[in-house]
Design a protein around this ligand. Structure first.
Ligand code: FES
Length: 167
């Protein structure tokens, strides 16, 4: 995971919270979605603001948010990896691809590597079912991904990043 600063930025959620004025606790999921759409992830300060707004314990908000794959608690990495776990990809072995990604990156879905290079997300379908199992890395779709190729695939991206740094 990305190392967080001890002084976290306090995000202004006034506009979003204003849209949910008078809402019940049932609004928690859509509210968190809106916050994530705005910021890109759910920082601690935002979760606290949402909890206070809905009059819920912060632990309860985290409990709900961590249940859903769609929420993330770190900023995305330089390369954002979306592994498809939709039906077609599942049938073609995406579970093993996900395992390989988690093993190589040493993170779970929703997390970002400590160096900020890669982040991982599980998605339900990326519209490339004929290319299953599919992995999308920062918008580029990789087709028929073999778990044994994950290491070299990630290496290509790492080298790409190194080349950018040295230019
Ligand atoms: S199920 Fe994976 S791309 Fe559609």
């Amino acid at each position: 995971m990305v190392e967080q600063s001890t002084i976290e930025q306090n995000f202004d959620l006034t506009e979003i919270l204003g849209r949910y004025k008078g809402a019940s606790r049932d609004a928690l999921i859509p509210l968190l979605q809106d916050v994530q759409d705005l910021i890109g992830y759910l920082p601690k300060s935002a979760v606290t603001q949402v909890a206070n707004f809905l009059n819920l314990p912060t632990s309860k908000v985290y409990g709900v948010a961590t249940f859903y794959n769609q929420f993330r608690f770190d900023p995305v990495g330089k390369f954002h990896i979306q592994i498809c776990r939709g039906t077609a990809c599942h049938v073609k072995g995406s579970a093993r691809v996900l395992e390989a990604l988690q093993r190589e990156l040493n993170i779970k879905p929703g997390q970002t590597t400590r160096d900020g290079v890669f982040s991982l997300e599980v998605v339900s379908c990326i519209g490339a079912c004929g290319l299953a199992p599919a992995v999308c890395i920062s918008g580029k779709v990789h087709a028929r991904v073999n778990p044994d190729e994950i290491k070299s695939l990630l290496k290509q991206y790492k080298e790409q990043k190194s080349a950018e740094v040295t230019v």
